[in-house]
Design a protein around this ligand. Structure first.
Ligand SMILES: [Zn+2]
Length: 347
């Protein structure tokens, strides 16, 4: 999970307006034009995406609907992006990373990974949740809302954590959530099975999913213990995705340095940029585009093309790059001029 902010109720936020414009412009663009746009703007760059859940239909009570993408939308996106980036020059053509280890996402990856061998599939799991059979706090929140209970905002439901993060593993409400099919996480066996596929890799996502809210010594202990637990369950750990994922908000330099000392990991954020293939090495902290499950496949493709257009903009936290230089590439302005320029390139 990576987002807790929602627009104020009853108001059309700037981001909602931007989404609306983006969706309508993208809908008017034929796929061949969009594919040329994506190919032109992302050539020579690597693209990774952060997703969470995959559904055949939407759950009426979703607390964070953007975190679930419909299967048909994701299929369309993957197919079109693979075609657009067939000749982009760096392998894999696309990285799709699913955070939190939900059963629906793992089932999706198990069926699509063989179909798309040029796509890299990463599955980030919280080993403590799998081991203890626990769900997530935001799912407990959704269950409370469904039952008509009066609960405060999701943010206050999730934070602050208990004083000791191990208390997370004793919570009966989280065990109850995990037993409800619609919030089910993949089992240990399912994860071992999907990891047998050549283009699927498992990674650690911490035990508590709360490292930004924990005192530093507890957060570092979580990183140690979740790495050990991951390796006992799945073998060597080479990938880590920061929960929520924004540098200097959800994780700090100290977390990164600790993980660099712990294992030769590739670490992932939720900053929506491309990266260069040569940046991907042990100790690197790499960006991932956050996949908005409420957008169409075309809107996602257009947004990626817009954000990937320019190079060399400085990342908000330059310390995330192990070489000391800015890790992320540029963000294109999503204003109308930028959009028209980008489209003109491809026509
Ligand atoms: Zn997560």
């Amino acid at each position: 999970m990576n987002r807790l902010n929602r627009p104020p109720p009853g108001r059309l936020s700037r981001s909602t307006l931007r989404s609306e414009v983006l969706t309508r412009v993208a809908a008017a663009m034929p796929w061949p034009v969009l594919r040329r746009l994506v190919a032109a703007t992302t050539r020579g760059k690597s693209l990774a995406f952060c997703l969470h859940r995959v559904g055949r239909e939407r759950r009426p009570s979703e607390a964070e609907p953007a975190l679930t993408v419909l299967e048909a939308v994701l299929d369309e996106f993957v197919q079109q992006m693979c075609e657009a980036r067939r000749e982009h020059g760096t392998a894999p053509c696309l990285t799709l990373a699913f955070d939190d280890g939900y059963a629906d996402a793992v089932e999706y990856v198990a069926t699509r990974a063989p179909r798309y061998p040029h796509v890299e599939w990463l599955l980030f799991v919280c080993p403590g949740k799998i081991h203890h059979g626990l769900g997530f706090r935001w799912d407990a929140y959704e269950a409370h809302i469904e039952q008509g209970r009066n609960v405060p905002s999701m943010r206050s439901f999730i934070q602050p954590p208990d004083a000791d993060y191990h208390a997370e593993h004793q919570r009966e409400d989280l065990a109850e959530v995990a037993r409800q099919g619609r919030f089910a996480l993949a089992t240990h066996e399912q994860l071992l099975e999907v990891a047998e596929l050549d283009n699927v890799t498992l990674g650690n996502h911490s035990n508590s999913h709360l490292i930004s809210a924990l005192p530093m010594h507890q957060a570092l202990r979580d990183l140690d213990e979740s790495t050990e637990m991951f390796e006992e369950m799945f073998g060597p750990c080479g990938q880590f995705a920061f929960p929520f994922g924004i540098p200097e908000l959800h994780f700090q330099r100290e977390h990164v340095e600790h993980l660099r000392r712990l294992r030769p990991l590739v670490m992932w954020t939720t900053e929506s940029y491309p990266y260069r293939a040569e940046q991907r090495r042990a100790g690197a902290v790499l960006p991932r585009f956050v996949f908005n499950g409420l957008w169409s496949a075309k809107a996602m493709a257009l947004w990626v093309a817009l954000r990937a257009r320019r190079l060399d903009r400085v990342n908000r936290a330059t310390w995330v790059d192990s070489a000391g230089s800015p890790a992320a590439l540029a963000v294109a302005g999503s204003n109308l001029i930028s959009l028209l320029e980008a489209i003109a390139v491809c026509l």
